[in-house]
Design a protein around this ligand. Structure first.
Ligand code: COA
Length: 264
């Protein structure tokens, strides 16, 4: 059950990258449930189609587009399709990400670069492609970050470096695009149940120990991250820009660098 009124985003058009699964899909469905018309892009057409079908079945409006955020020309085509369908864009959520566990010593240049290309450069590519539409009326950008880079998280040099860059980009774009009334904030989830990220990063045998180290003693839910994204796109956060909103049950503050368990 959401804490926000279900018409809070009525009349707004949103794009969610990486919207075909996990946190991106959850955010896309939440934006639509609160009145937004939602375009979803991801690498796999069938995955974005499935999310769009769920949105339409729930009474919303959606457009599913296959696009890899590593390809600026694919994002340009996404913007063209959104403009043709709805004539505007108000909200961009950058949720596309790639990750895996690898010690830096075993990570190839291409492995490091691939994650930076998807997470960091992909976020820039989408922001840049969306700018012409966002600046017509102003809008809101939400970049999905992480808490990996607040401490030294082993096995995550690629993702931590990319997410640190996303935080820096969030602050810079907030300053550059504020005068155009485009707010740019980041959302930093902690361990979230039911996501591909957690499947990849938290092997089942480590989960009980991980949970014991989180102050709120549980993983978060996709719905809780979607609520935070709603807050960052809603009028409730109208004077916030350049912020990083951490939604992690207190995990990083407790100094629980739990991937260290895996590195041992
Ligand atoms: N350990 C070490 N290196 C790895 C790896 C792993 N588990 N997985 C991929 N790599 C390396 C590859 O070896 C390759 O480097 P190389 O050419 O030097 O061998 C490089 O990363 C690119 O891999 P590739 O599989 O060609 O990339 P891709 O574009 O098909 O896939 C990934 C991108 C690697 C990020 C893939 O994990 C992915 O698609 N992830 C999306 C979903 C996801 O991660 N969600 C969770 C988000 S938190």
């Amino acid at each position: 059950m959401s804490s926000f009124r279900d018409d809070i985003l009525r009349g707004q058009v949103a794009l969610v990258t990486g919207g075909g699964s996990g946190i991106g899909a959850g955010i896309a469905e939440a934006l639509a449930a609160h009145g937004a018309q939602v375009a979803i892009c991801g690498r796999t057409q069938a995955k974005v189609d499935a999310v769009a079908e769920r949105i339409v079945a729930a009474g919303g409006e959606s457009l599913a587009l296959a696009a890899d955020v590593r390809r600026p020309e694919a994002l340009a085509a996404v913007m063209t399709a959104i403009e043709a369908r709805w004539g505007r864009l108000d909200i961009l959520v950058n949720a596309a990400a790639g990750n895996f566990l690898a010690p830096a010593a075993a990570l190839s240049a291409n492995g490091f670069g691939t994650v930076v290309d998807i997470d960091l450069k992909g976020t820039f590519n989408a922001c840049k492609a969306a700018l012409p539409l966002l600046q017509v009326r102003g809008g809101s950008v939400v970049n999905v970050s992480a808490t990996l880079h607040y401490a030294g998280t082993p096995l995550q040099v690629h993702a931590a470096s990319a997410k640190a860059g996303i935080d820096a980009m969030t602050r810079t774009l907030a300053v550059e695009w504020g005068p155009a009334q485009i707010r740019v904030n980041a959302l930093a989830p902690g361990p979230i149940a039911g996501t591909e990220g957690m499947e990849r990063l938290a092997p089942p045998q480590a989960r009980a120990r991980m949970t014991a180290q989180i102050p709120l003693r549980r993983f978060g839910t996709i719905a809780e991250i979607a609520e935070a994204a709603l807050f960052l796109t809603a009028p409730a956060s109208a004077y916030m820009t350049g912020a990083v909103l951490v939604v992690d049950g207190g995990q990083w503050l407790a100094g629980t660098n739990f991937l260290a368990l895996l590195a041992e």
